[in-house]
Write a protein that binds this ligand. Structure first.
Ligand SMILES: *Cc1c(COP(=O)(O)O)cnc(C)c1O
Ligand code: SF4
Length: 353
């Protein structure tokens, strides 16, 4: 069996390599790759059935990325919320710690595509130490999210050392890891990695499945290993045009996740990131998908639909508007589109109704 390091080396990073598998326009692709790097792991490449399909759209560069789409380079104002280079501190009790600058596969819709995989995000051991020092001297922080890039790009040794240093900070209670590896490089989830991680509980891992075809036997095994190590698994999906902007696809994805012990956490409306406009859907569409899910799939499988507001204003949940009219009795729309009158407040309304 090939090691995960070897699989990474075997990944596709140039248009010429991709052209050996699919007919592509090498010149057009090269122009995009100069600005936003490409990497596709052998596992993820194997999930593509044809050009333009939902897996292809997520990993193969598109000329539309270079369109002048009036969107923002840093939509979440992360650069201004960074007290030290490697860390974003937006909510008092939580810190987003950017511990790796690269990923196994580069998602074309990535919010941090301005720097992920680019030299501007190469992280020195010094930058990591600055992040840990900041967390250690900021007692309000009790929840640290390791992100990047993908934290599982670090070797077991480096990651273990980092987790050990974080666990020495008494006010750090919860550590969360955000990783797309179960989807793109499932062989990264080795028994050795899981044995190391389980020493640092309470540990949560949020992964990133966007389409039911990403739920492969290999991904299932990776999630089972993590879950068996006692790691609570969540999932953050991005709502993407031409990938999962459809209630049937979305419910198949969410059911599949629950079936492998991964609890859907967030459904993200696309951020206003420069170079990702071709993935954006209307917010009404997200609301309609959510409405369709309610009553059709297990409540355990339904994520919160959130918009991360521009300028670093934070994540806000978006819900279908079920309440139509308030008063002594309120009118509530059912998921099927009917209206039901529900008595409001205490007992006297009930008796009158
Ligand atoms: C999303 C996010 C978090 C974590 O938010 P939760 O809603 O607790 O998952 C923390 N910091 C930043 C900067 C974030 O973008
Ligand atoms: S794995 Fe995450 S950080 Fe890496 S490219 Fe994809 S969305 Fe961006």
């Amino acid at each position: 069996m090939t090691s995960w390091q070897q699989s990474l080396k075997n990944s596709i990073t140039t248009p010429q390599q991709l052209a050996q598998h699919f007919p592509v326009d090498i010149d057009a692709l090269s122009r995009v790759v100069e600005r936003y790097p490409m990497r596709i792991t052998p596992h993820y490449l194997g999930l593509i059935r044809e050009a333009g399909d939902p897996i292809w759209r997520q990993c193969v560069p598109d000329a539309a990325e270079l369109a002048d789409d009036n969107l923002l380079v840093d939509p979440l104002n992360e650069e201004n919320l960074s007290p030290v280079d490697s860390l974003v501190h937006r909510y008092p009790d939580r810190a987003l710690f950017l511990v790796a600058g690269t990923c196994a596969s580069y998602c074309r819709f990535c919010t941090r595509k301005r720097k992920v995989g680019c030299s501007t995000m190469s992280l020195s051991p010094d930058a990591l130490s600055q992040g840990i020092d900041y967390i250690a001297r900021t007692p309000q922080i009790n929840d640290v999210l390791l992100s990047g890039g993908d934290p599982l790009m670090l070797s077991d040794e480096v990651l273990g050392d980092l987790l050990g240093r974080l666990r020495q900070v008494p006010h750090v209670q919860v550590i969360r890891i955000g990783s797309r590896m179960p989807v793109t490089l499932p062989e990264r989830i080795t028994p050795e990695l899981c044995a190391m991680l389980r020493r640092y509980h309470p540990l949560y891992l949020n992964t990133h499945f966007n389409h039911p075809r990403e739920i492969t036997a290999e991904a299932q095994q990776a999630c089972a290993r993590l879950a068996d190590a006692g790691i609570q698994l969540g999932n953050q999906t991005v709502l993407l045009k031409g990938v999962n902007d459809d209630p049937a696809i979305m419910s198949e994805l969410l059911r599949g996740l629950l079936g492998m012990r991964v609890r859907p956490y967030y459904l993200h409306q696309m951020d206003l990131t420069c170079g990702t406009g071709h993935f954006r859907t209307r917010v009404e569409q997200g609301i309609e998908i959510l409405r369709a899910l309610r009553g059709q799939v297990s409540g355990m499988a339904i994520p919160q639909y959130v918009i991360d507001l521009p300028g670093g204003k934070g994540k806000v949940p978006i819900l279908p508007d079920y309440v139509e009219r308030l008063g002594d009795a309120i009118a509530i729309r059912t998921p099927d589109g009917d209206s039901v009158i529900f008595p409001n407040g205490g007992g006297e309304n009930l008796r009158r109704g």
